[in-house]
Design a protein around this ligand. Structure first.
Ligand code: PFF
Length: 518
């Protein structure tokens, strides 16, 4: 018998929750770093093309597939893929990525999220206020992360404590379920997040020129750094890969999270307008807010070359080193510092709860256990999975997890998903399914894009990537000799997790017949 699944209480609620998942550390930290690493405006052309040809179609596909699967009582990819292609015995195993990917991202995302909570407290208390140079601020960060012992921190204990607080906060939210947990929380957190980011946005736009000897380092040129397009980047394969990867990551698409959120919709609920609203909100938060806060401010204080080299020296340096240094030079530094890091924390937690939900939904839907029990099991497993990112950060484990969970599997999963949708399900049926209950029609050109362009684009990305990077990656060419064992163990751990999840799918399907749509 099909049990009653949880549901969203309102349309605004699900839009807030999906936008909450999309708007995260990716918008405010990963995006500016990628823009700076790829030479500023050079990134924006492939970025917008990827948004229109990959991001937007995949969001519609995932919302539709999720709602469709929810009708069969399935909230995760194994069940949803199986409902679409009942004749194929293997497709459900491919769906395992839709639980695995979010779990992997969760396992490192949470630790970084906990730094933002810690730094918002440190800002408020003025703990780093006297540090005035890059070196000092980097030392503060690495001391906090437990990478070195210095005058600021003598152990990883403070970081671990903030991790525990963040972890428990996430568990409490998902424990309360979709409507009373995630939706309720996002309804408060999202407006607050916009409030803090608009304050910072306005503050950055009104920055003067700090150094009279360098009048070119001003806010207008800072904005130009991000926005002056450079069409020569269209010839660079790496910029394309980075742009497509960022689009997937920022929209939370291609990994199963939106499938799960959309599975709590009912058949009559619109997906086109809601999905489009969530995309637009995320894009505004990324390019307008995320793109205007760190980079133009860094440009004004440090100039184009230093901004680029800070970004190249590590994805977190712009956010946790450059930004606090800039804020320290402003009046009311403690308030602005708090606003910056607390905004990051809200962005992070509304995303991490979405990463937790697929695993919980899988246990509830496929093993018929209560939410409380499912959250309990998730908490134990996720807690263990989070430990390597904390203790082996210095050995490159986070980058490794981000590569597999946050880049490779995203592109792979998205490719399979869009093919299943337009070729196996069939474009005519798919088009009707998308428009069930829709308040807006999708331009017809997207029939063609979803069927041919998006899959072709994804194949090209995967192909170029395989050709250029596969061998050096497998051989760990770019990994320091001392870290190779850690990277190997991380890969073995990921493989083990994939096998366990595949085993669970096997077991679940064996145990009970799949309920038919009533
Ligand atoms: N979209 C989030 C961000 O930009 O930070 C991260 C994320 C959440 C990625 C959920 C993937 C996901 F499924």
């Amino acid at each position: 018998m099909k049990k009653n699944r949880d549901s969203w209480s309102s349309r605004l609620g699900i839009i807030m929750a999906v936008a909450g998942s999309a708007i995260g550390l990716g918008n405010f930290l990963r995006f500016p770093a990628k823009v700076a690493m790829n030479g500023g405006g050079a990134f924006m052309v492939p970025y917008f093309i990827s948004l229109l040809l990959l991001g937007v179609p995949l969001v519609w596909v995932e919302w539709t597939l999720g709602r469709y699967g929810g009708g069969f009582g399935h909230g995760t990819a194994p069940g949803i893929f199986h409902s679409i292609w009942q004749k194929n015995r293997f497709i459900k195993y491919f769906g395992v990525i839709g639980i695995f990917g979010p779990l992997v991202i969760f396992s490192y995302y949470l630790f970084i999220e906990s730094w933002t909570l810690a730094y918002s407290v440190f800002s408020f208390l003025g703990k780093y206020q006297l540090i005035t140079d890059q070196q000092g601020m980097k030392a503060f960060l690495s001391g906090y992360q437990g990478l070195t012992q210095n005058q600021y921190f003598s152990s990883i204990m403070p970081a671990y404590t903030f991790f525990l607080v963040t972890f428990i906060a996430n568990i409490v939210i998902i424990y309360h379920g979709i409507k009373k947990g995630i939706e309720k929380f996002c309804r408060i957190a999202m407006p607050l997040l916009f409030f803090f980011s608009v304050i910072l946005f306005v503050r950055v736009l009104t920055l003067g020129t700090p150094d009279p000897l360098k009048p070119d380092w001003n806010i207008v040129n800072g904005l130009g750094f991000v926005w002056n397009p450079d069409f020569s980047s269209l010839l660079n394969a790496k910029v394309w890969l980075e742009a497509a990867g960022q689009i997937f990551f920022t929209l939370s698409v291609g990994i199963g999270v939106i499938l799960t959120y959309a599975s709590y919709l009912s058949k009559a609920d619109d997906v086109v307008l809601s999905g489009t609203t969530a995309i637009s909100t995320n894009t505004v938060a990324e390019v307008i807010l995320g793109g205007t806060i760190i980079l133009p401010a860094a440009f004004v204080f440090f100039g184009p070359n230093d901004t680029q080299s800070v970004a190249n020296s590590g994805i977190f340096n712009l956010g946790f080193v450059t930004m606090p240094l800039i804020i320290n030079q402003l009046p009311f530094a403690q308030i602005f510092g708090f606003a910056w890091f607390f905004l990051l924390f809200l962005a992070g937690i509304t995303s991490s709860v979405s990463l937790a939900q697929p695993a919980v939904a899988f246990l509830e839907d496929e093993f018929n256990i209560s939410r409380k029990k499912a959250v309990g099991i998730f908490a134990i497993v996720a807690f263990i999975l989070c430990q390597p990112a904390i203790f082996f950060l210095k050995n490159g484990v986070v980058d490794e997890l981000d590569f597999w969970g946050g880049t490779f599997f995203l592109v792979l999963f998205a490719t399979v998903e869009v093919i299943l949708f337009s070729w196996v399900f069939g474009m005519n049926k798919a088009w009707d399914e998308i428009h069930q209950g829709a308040d807006m029609r999708i331009p017809r050109i997207y029939r063609f894009i979803i069927k041919y362009i998006t899959p072709a684009f994804l194949f090209i990305i995967l192909g170029v990537w395989l050709f250029q990077e596969w061998l050096p990656l497998i051989m760990m060419k770019n990994v320091a000799a001392s870290d190779q064992l850690y990277i190997l163990l991380t890969r073995a751990g990921l493989l083990f997790l994939l096998c366990v999840l595949a085993g669970l799918v096997h077991f679940a399907w064996k145990k009970r017949k799949i309920p038919q749509r009533s």
